[in-house]
Ligand binder design. Sequence first.
Ligand SMILES: [Mg+2]
Length: 250
Amino acid sequence: MARVTAVLFDFDDTLIDWSHRTQSWEEISLGNIGNIHTYLTQAGHKLPDIGNFHQRYHKILGKSWERANLTWESVCFATVLEETFTACNLDLNQINLNTIMQVYGWEPMPGVVPYQDTIPVLQNLHQNGYKIGLITNAMLPMWMRDIELRHYQLLDYFDVRLSSGDVGYIKPHPAIYYEALKQIDTRPEQAIFVGDRPAYDIAGANNAGMISVWMDPPHLNETLDGIKADYTITSLTELLPILEDLEAGD
Ligand SMILES: [Mg+2]
């Protein structure tokens, strides 16, 4: 059996704890899309009112994720924005999408924090020479999710970080795992993947030939539903003895 040299993680509910978030998606989304609405209106574009604008965005976003779940081709934030603007009869040539994504004003979700043991576990892995990676099923480009990683002081631990929005595929498609492994020059059987969503994280890690670890923290009600995880943990610290056993060749 190949020695394990890399540990890759999902982000949400695997490294950061969403159980105490204080605002709904709807509120957050309305605020961020409101920033874009204000910016475009002030720039002289003619838009429907914010409620209608947000509704159109939300509908396009929902349809995009429905499609992604069928095809495993990812939702891309820039595309969702373009489709929303087109639906509102805006001229895409008059709009700089990079500026719009800045204006959106993405920030860490209020109340969401790393687990108590996230940083100690990442430190331990780093000190023991493991390469560390992150793969998130997100429509946002990685530079936006990096805003959260930086805020939580997690950013510097990672040798590779991928958002599906940049790669073009979501987990469980093997392509996104292979891209991460390629970037850290690691074979699938040398790598562990840790994630909380069996149908995405664990099925995908298995598809890609990696060692799968299901993170099943107390606040989630996920079930494996017939998907086989090589290991199950309820906190990140439980990962460390698993790695020691693998190192010892058990
Ligand atoms: Mg997750």
